[in-house]
Structures are given as structure tokens and as C-alpha cells.
Write a protein that binds this ligand. Structure first.
Ligand code: SAM
Ligand code: SF4
Length: 388
């Protein structure tokens, strides 16, 4: 049984935000008096990429990058000229697929009109807007720096600049939100005609301001009712759910996230960025993550200290790691993918699959392994059953 190298993506982490939101546990840091060293950070990212290329060597050779994702933090704090310099540097170092998807996460409170032309010219062909809600009272409670109308004008400006591939991030189960409130957010999003909508349930994450001082959130049953009603409304408008939180019109599924969910490979550069790489020659799957705090990452300047950790995923962990994301996909995954991506024979998971089938969590359909509606609802239990 041998591992086959999957598609390769590139994740680039931009760690600054105008202001830290009280619910967010991403590696993001609010601005202080001094502006962050934006231009220096671009040089450090390219040095980081050079060092990864040297370390991973043959495992990368001849593999085109299918997607690039600028995540944050708030990548739209970086001027288009800096994004262009970085993307030119990436093109000099790695072959890009002809139809590479290049996404930039955008906070609507950070983009004055005109920036979008620059991002488009730099090669960014997909934008993801952190909208969260179209209700100003909810935006206020979430500590957001933009209003609903500012969000709408930012999306329209991007469309005027020529962007057709746009994602809107929305959250539901917000403090004191009703079912009608959640549905109203979907209606306002649909008016903007995006290609893709990410619909996340607000969760209380440890070490956030909301965890320390929790707001009154809808209970589990109300949150589930919101998810079901919004899913139906999105389906009726032509947005098919393809992952627990992701909806898209035809042909606009996110290439980058699909590659994560299908246990594809990705390089990760920038503060706290994670990467995963399969080496078909050695049959090993490696994970590497970068030093998390931007100050420490910058101080490392492309040297070994930029690495926060490095690990080989052992055979005992591979089934869980594979299922963790694959089972989130509504269409499931081809049955053969498990062995191709992990290098393990199907028999490794035969007993666990049979138990999951008996629970009514999983089924096989047309050569694919899929999660039932019950399995989706209890996904954490289903995935945990694949732990060694
Ligand atoms: C890195 S942020 C997106 C870009 C930008 N930083 C912004 O917020 O506008 C990624 C998305 O994760 C979601 N998110 C962050 N914290 C969350 C939480 N605690 N629960 C659910 N979704 C969350 C939000 O929808 C957010 O837009
Ligand atoms: S702007 Fe986005 S990344 Fe930054 S703190 Fe808020 S949710 Fe987190």
C-alpha cells in the first residue's frame, strides 16, 4: 500500500487586526501605537518559504500549487503593492497551477474604495469578507469595526472592480439572536449575490473575552433550528451545502478548503501557520507549524527558530486525522482516498467503519463514504471513534 502525493496548497498567515474581536481565538493581534512592520513581514514570509523549500526538497518537486489562501488576522490591512510583491516572490519560487485559486480574507472595515483593483492586478482572484451579521446591534455586540451598510458597500466595490468569486462569512447563534434574525442575515447576504457563503455557529473559545464574560447565547436546540432553517433557505436560492459550514453556487466551492478537508497537502508560512506534507518516497506525512507570536516569528528571520514544531503523523493517528475533516464533507470522499492519502490499507478502519454504520452514522454510496444526517449532528463522536 503506498501513499500518493495529493494536491498542494499554500497558506499565508497575516497576524494583525485593527482590533481584537471578543469571540476570536485566531492568532490575531490588535494594532498598537506603532504600525506593524508590514513590508518587513513580506520579506520574512519569503525567507520562510525559501527555508521550507530547502527543507522539504524533493517532496515538493514538480507539484504545482493549486490554491493560495491569505488568512488572518486581517490580510486586507496589507496594501495591494505588498500583496503583489509577495505573490511575485511566490511565483519565482513555486510553480502555480494554471487555474490557481488565490483568496484574500478581508475585513469590510479596512478596505477603502480602490484597493480591490490592486488586489485583482496582484493576482488575487477570490475575496472572503468577514461580514458576521447585517444587524448593527449584533455587530456592535461582536465588537466589529464596521456597520452593515459599510459591509454592503465594500462587497459592491469589490464587484465593481471585477470580483465575481466572493465569499461572505456569517455567524449565527449570536447573543440574543432569534431565528428570524438569523434568517434575515441570510436574506441580506443573498441580495449581494455572492458565489459562496460560510455560515459558522458562534462558539465560545477558551481564553477569549467572551469566554471570560459569556453573553446570553441561544441554546443548542435553537442553534440547530437556525442552522436547519438557514440551510433550507440557502438551498432554495441555489447554494448547495458541501461542508458543515460551507455553501456555494455551482463550480464555486473553495478549492483551498476542499484540499484541507480531503487531507490534501499545504505549506504554511507566517506567524503560527500550519503545514502538512506527504512524501510519496518515504510514505511519511509530516506536519510543521511556525512560531506563533509575530514578534518572535519576525526575530527568527527565516532561521530555524521560525519553526514552532515539526512532527510525523504516525500510523495510529492517521485514521483520525483523515476522518476529522473528510467526514465534514456532505458528499463524503471516494472510498479509495483513505489509502491513497494515508498509505494505510482499508482493513485498518474496517471494524470502526462497521460500528459507525451500525450506529447509523456513516454509509457507503456509489463508491463514496458519506455521513448520514445523524452522523453530521454527532460528528465529534463519529470522528472520535477513529482515535487509536
Ligand atoms: C480570520 S476571520 C476572517 C477575516 C477577518 N479577520 C474578519 O474577521 O473580518 C475568519 C472567520 O472565522 C469566523 N470566526 C471567528 N471566530 C469565531 C468563533 N468564535 N465562532 C464562530 N466563527 C468564528 C468569523 O466568521 C470570521 O470571519
Ligand atoms: S477581525 Fe477577524 S481575525 Fe481579527 S480578531 Fe476579529 S474575527 Fe479575529
Amino acid at each position: 500500500m503506498s501513499l500518493i502525493a495529493p494536491p498542494l496548497s499554500l497558506y499565508i498567515h497575516m497576524p494583525w487586526c485593527v482590533k481584537k474581536c471578543p469571540y476570536c481565538d485566531f492568532n490575531s493581534h490588535g494594532l498598537r501605537h506603532e504600525p506593524p512592520p508590514y513590508a518587513d513581514y513580506i520579506d520574512h514570509l519569503l525567507a520562510d518559504l525559501d527555508a521550507d523549500r530547502a527543507d522539504f526538497g524533493d517532496a515538493l518537486s514538480g507539484r504545482p500549487i493549486v490554491s493560495i489562501f491569505f488568512g488572518g488576522g486581517t490580510p486586507s490591512l496589507f496594501a495591494p503593492e505588498l500583496i503583489a510583491r509577495l505573490l511575485d516572490g511566490v511565483r519565482e519560487r513555486l510553480p502555480l497551477h494554471d487555474e490557481v485559486e488565490i483568496t484574500l480574507e478581508t475585513n469590510p472595515g479596512t478596505v477603502e474604495h480602490g484597493r480591490f483593483d490592486g488586489y485583482l492586478a496582484a493576482g488575487v482572484n477570490r475575496l472572503s469578507f468577514g461580514i458576521q451579521s447585517f444587524d448593527d446591534d449584533k455587530l456592535n455586540r461582536l465588537g466589529r469595526i464596521h456597520s452593515a451598510s459599510e459591509a454592503e458597500s465594500a462587497v459592491k466595490s469589490a464587484q465593481d472592480a471585477g470580483y465575481a468569486n466572493i465569499n461572505l462569512d456569517l455567524m449565527y447563534a449570536l447573543p440574543r439572536q432569534t431565528l428570524d434574525g438569523a434568517l434575515n442575515d441570510i436574506e441580506r447576504a443573498l441580495v449581494l449575490d455572492p458565489a459562496h457563503i460560510s455560515h459558522y455557529q458562534l462558539t465560545l473559545e477558551p481564553n477569549t473575552a467572551f469566554a471570560a464574560n459569556p453573553p446570553p447565547l441561544p441554546d443548542h436546540d435553537h442553534a440547530w433550528a437556525m442552522q436547519e432553517a438557514c440551510e433550507q433557505r440557502l438551498a432554495s436560492a441555489g447554494y448547495a451545502q458541501y461542508e458543515i459550514s460551507a455553501y456555494a453556487i455551482a463550480d464555486r466551492r473553495c478549492v483551498h478548503n476542499l484540499n484541507y478537508w480531503r487531507f490534501g497537502d499545504y505549506l504554511g508560512i507566517g506567524a503560527g501557520a500550519h503545514g502538512k506534507l506527504s512524501d510519496a518516497r518515504t510514505g511519511r506525512v509530516r506536519r510543521r507549524w511556525k512560531t506563533r507570536h509575530p514578534r518572535a516569528y519576525l526575530a527568527a528571520h527565516g532561521q530555524p527558530e521560525r519553526i514552532g514544531g515539526d512532527d510525523t503523523v504516525g500510523p495510529a493517528e492517521l485514521p483520525f486525522e483523515y476522518m476529522l475533516n473528510a467526514l465534514r464533507l456532505i458528499d463524503g470522499v471516494p472510498l479509495g482516498d483513505f489509502s491513497d492519502r494515508t498509505g494505510l490499507p482499508r482493513e485498518t478502519i474496517a471494524t470502526t467503519l462497521e460500528v459507525a454504520r451500525q450506529h447509523g452514522w456513516l454509509y457507503e454510496n456509489d463508491g463514496r463514504l458519506q455521513t448520514t444526517a445523524l452522523g453530521q449532528r454527532f460528528l465529534n463522536d463519529v470522528v472520535a471513534s477513529f482515535l487509536a
